[in-house]
Design a binder for this molecule. Sequence first.
Ligand code: FAD
Length: 535
Amino acid sequence: MTQNVENLTKAVPPGVTEEGLEKALDAFVAALGAEKVASDAETLRAYRDPYQISTWTTNLAAAVVKPTSTEEVQEIVRLANEHRIPLWPIGRGKNNSYGGPAPQVNGSIIVSFESMNQVLEINEELGYAMVEPGVSWIDLYEAIETGGHDLVASIVDVGWGGVVSNTLDHGLTYMPYSIDQASHCGMEVVLPDGDLIRTGMGAMEGNKTWPLYKRGLGPTSTELFMQSNYGIVTKMGYWLMPKPEVYMPLWLRSWNDDDIGPIVDALRELMLDGTIDMRPQFSNTLIMASMMSSRKDWWDGDGPMPEHIIDKIAKELNLGRWMMRFALYGDEAVVDHRYAKLKKRFESISGVEVTGEKYEKSEWKNLQNPHEQIQIGIPNLDLYKMASWYGGEEGGHVDFSPVIPMTTTDTLAALSFMKEMVQEAGLDHMAGLLPINARSTTFINVLAFDTKDEDQTRRAYEVAKKMVAIAGKKGYGEYRAHLSFMDLAADQFGFNNHSQRRFNETIKDVLDPNGILAPGKSGIWPARLRNGNNA
Ligand SMILES: Cc1cc2nc3c(=O)[nH]c(=O)nc-3n(C[C@H](O)[C@H](O)[C@H](O)COP(=O)(O)OP(=O)(O)OC[C@H]3O[C@@H](n4cnc5c(N)ncnc54)[C@H](O)[C@@H]3O)c2cc1C
């Protein structure tokens, strides 16, 4: 295989010659038209991991194809089988901090859905949208607002990502339907052999409950297409919530670094009894500060930022040492009751304060705080500033995100080893809890670096890998893994001699005997590229 970063068109897939790749590209051009196929170095630069050092020679695509219909996706899959070319589907290609748009295997052809970006239906009565895989959060918001619908979509922090792609990677949004990543319902999928299926009730011709009821008859395959490489999703249902009478964004500040335990206990209680019915973000000072300022505004020294500087930031930006953003939605009387209850519970912890203000629908568009916009489904790009903590425009980060039980014991145990490891690597510890549901939470560690500083970048990747392995030994698995340590993250799921991997790869070999679809995604390799035979 040739890997030449100056001429990215030379990245060829394992087991394929340069001539074989050229022949395949000619076939893609003949089938789709030249305007939908690109393999020049300039275009491909945009499909690299934006946080990777530019001289690194992994995760290089050979070409990008941009289908405009499901039939074209089927044709792409057929040609990939014929020429044994790996495909890597992306929605908006913004999976930054987990690898961006880049493929796992060098020489893959990226299937980009940027031209399949239609909101196909918004159903006001039943509260759902049916979307194509290139629809961004911004597109969906605009379609809802332009159509004058009394509905709102639960969205992510940075609005340029895709509804389908983010959902497929188990992405986290923040409104009530986001709990347990439960907004999606019904998928249409092109299988690796080109066949087309619809999951759940979609398997029945004319069944109107496809985007309404999550199951069908017999096993439901929807979840099998998430974080996997068993199919390419070409349509998906996404539930929309009726706009509530009142929206009340809330802020909790804690000035004592050690209060994280009691706050987590209170949060769990309030989520278990339904008082808090959405996904809070509970972040340390540095994560919050990174969305509002740059590191050099405070301190430009090497090594982890000293505690007294963090205290200064906490005070000057009025963040506290831990800050929770969360919200209430509903009828005013219900919101008032819940607010009084949660305020009393949280403020029973000494030094903790909770504040918030209620807004009616007509006021939402005037909200200025990007966090408060996001929690009511108004997308923006403001929080992307976080990526420039070190290195400004050329800053980046890899995320290590294990899931832990939402208890004091587990929170403190995880915090202690993760903080120590990050600081030992000479990096600032930027971390936050994003509950999955009332019982479990992701503990996101943002390992930030300056991509101009190769040593620092390497340290961030290396410590992330070490954390994956150590967390695995402690029984904490990742909710989502970066390309650079997907295999390692999957290795941690070792119950009964890796029976889950054997199960996943058995399915893979049946569905995708030529191993063309997203080889290596979530550590699932097709037979011909298994056991390290993929370079
Ligand atoms: C500052 C910052 C903030 C972030 N905030 C959040 C957040 O709030 N919530 C969150 O979840 N993430 C967050 N992220 C992580 C990530 O950037 C987002 O999840 C982003 O939206 C993912 O990009 P995308 O939707 O364009 O996915 P893509 O890059 O298009 O796709 C992601 C993956 O999904 C799969 N895929 C995509 N399309 C298909 C398809 N049609 N069929 C089959 N498989 C497919 C592929 O495996 C692909 O690699 C954040 C990152 C940064 C840097």
